[in-house]
Ligand binder design. Structure first.
Ligand SMILES: *Cc1c(COP(=O)(O)O)cnc(C)c1O
Length: 417
């Protein structure tokens, strides 16, 4: 692999080799990350990167798109079949680009949007001040309840009826509980708002029926394709027929230029993979692993936000420990275990320090780890967090982590070259 790169550019080659080793020999618990298979890698590295295909199948701005039309049609058909949607746009370069197109399609500058607060698990693109969505639109937010650390739908309704937003956004990056899309739609209807569901994190569970689908309730649904869906890095928009034209125009020419056809093709492959029975078994195992890992950590004295998880991720509250989220992320990284610092609901620290970490199981489940390994991983995390500054602990743990990873190889054929 990469023989021509090796001679063309040894610097980039060496860094990719090192990254490959890092992926193979660390325990990746970042909830938004995953490992893609060889077919996805092949397609993304294919000659499809050469071609301009602005427009849509049979309506392109350039000639020579007949084979690309076939590829994009496959991706669209598969997305519609997998999720039971009436229309799909498969061209968004990322989840954020997809969200930008959705807002561009349905809103005018200055319109009010009601989203989940970033500090309570929402996403930057749901109205955060650092993001276009907070600058071009007028954001208002709902949070989780202090007692249950879950969304309080009565509160969402209250805010919606008071603020009368043009759009309500449901979906999160750090929320471990089932989202009640039916309830969100009832609230949206009462408030006269569109319901936009961003299922970026939970798309794999939705595709396999392990999380209720937003499709029957939302006016528009967006997702990433690279998280639990285990495809190439990219975005996807699903909607009812009545919004098809507005969404397609908002993606191109509204907010993007030429589509990344090598990525569109890889999305088609990922969507096919997601229809296989093994993919459902994979999604079930992700949830089992997350629940088991959370309960192992809880039994070692760690408080899990909201008391557990219904999906692929959970938050660990470290505010009663002698370590911040930032400190924990750093100590674990030095030990070969990748998590991210994360605000917990009503955090007293800022986002750069944070009092929690977010832990997700999609990547380690892809490499075949099951409940037994979760016990080991919980033990490793606890060992590091009990003595986070100790370099000896980091060194010993790096070796233990490597040993565990060798039992669950994922890209071994590449590494052995
Ligand atoms: C990851 C994520 C996105 C953004 O995806 P990118 O591909 O990183 O732009 C959007 N919304 C939610 C809820 C996410 O978790």
């Amino acid at each position: 692999m990469m023989e021509s790169l090796k001679t063309t550019d040894s610097e980039v080659y060496d860094l990719i080799r090192k990254e490959l080793e890092r992926l193979e020999y660390s325990i990746i618990l970042i909830a938004s990350e995953n490992y893609v298979n060889g077919a996805i890698l092949e397609v993304q590295g294919s000659i499809l990167t050469n071609k301009y295909a602005e427009g849509y199948p049979d309506r392109r701005y350039y000639g020579g798109c007949q084979f690309l039309d076939g590829i994009e049609r496959l991706a669209i058909e598969r997305a519609c079949t997998l999720f039971g949607a009436e229309h799909a746009n498969v061209q968004s370069h990322s989840g954020s680009s997809a969200n930008m197109a959705v807002m561009y399609a349905l809103l005018n500058v200055g319109d009010k949007v009601l989203g989940m607060s970033l500090a309570h698990g929402g996403h930057l693109t749901h109205g955060a001040s650092a993001n276009y969505s907070g600058r071009f639109y007028k954001p208002v937010f709902y949070t989780v309840s202090k007692e249950s650390e879950r969304i309080d739908y009565d509160e969402v309704r209250e805010i919606a009826l008071k603020e009368r937003p043009r759009m309500i956004i449901a979906g999160a990056s750090a929320y471990s509980r089932i989202l009640d899309f039916e309830r969100f739609r009832t609230i949206a209807d009462e408030a006269g708002a569109y319901l936009f569901v961003d299922m970026a994190h939970i798309a794999g569970a939705v595709a396999t029926g392990l999380h209720p689908s937003p499709i029957p309730y939302a006016h528009i649904v967006s997702t990433t394709t690279h998280k639990t869906l285990r495809g190439p890095r990219g975005g996807l928009i699903l909607c009812k027929k009545e919004f098809a034209k507005a969404i397609d125009q908002a993606v191109f020419p509204g907010t993007q230029g030429g589509p990344l056809m090598h990525v569109v093709a890889a999305k088609a492959v990922a969507l096919k993979n997601a229809m296989a029975p093994e993919f459902r078994a994979y999604q079930e195992q992700i949830i089992k692993n997350a629940r088991h890992l959370a309960s192992c950590l809880a039994s070692k004295g760690y408080r899990i936000v909201s008391g557990g998880t219904d999906n692929h991720l959970f938050l660990v509250d470290l505010s009663d420990k002698r370590i911040t989220g930032m400190g924990a992320e750093r100590a674990l990284e030095l030990s070969g275990i990748m998590v991210n610092k994360n605000l917990i609901p009503f955090d007293t620290r800022g986002p750069n320090t944070a009092s929690g970490i977010r832990i997700g199981t999609p990547a380690i489940t892809t490499r075949g780890m099951k409940e037994e390994a979760m016990g080991t991983v919980a033990d490793m995390i606890d060992t590091v967090l009990k003595d986070p500054e100790n370099e000896g602990v980091h060194r010993t743990m790096l070796e233990r982590v490597k040993g565990l990873c060798k039992g669950f190889p994922f890209y071994p054929s590449v590494l052995s070259q």
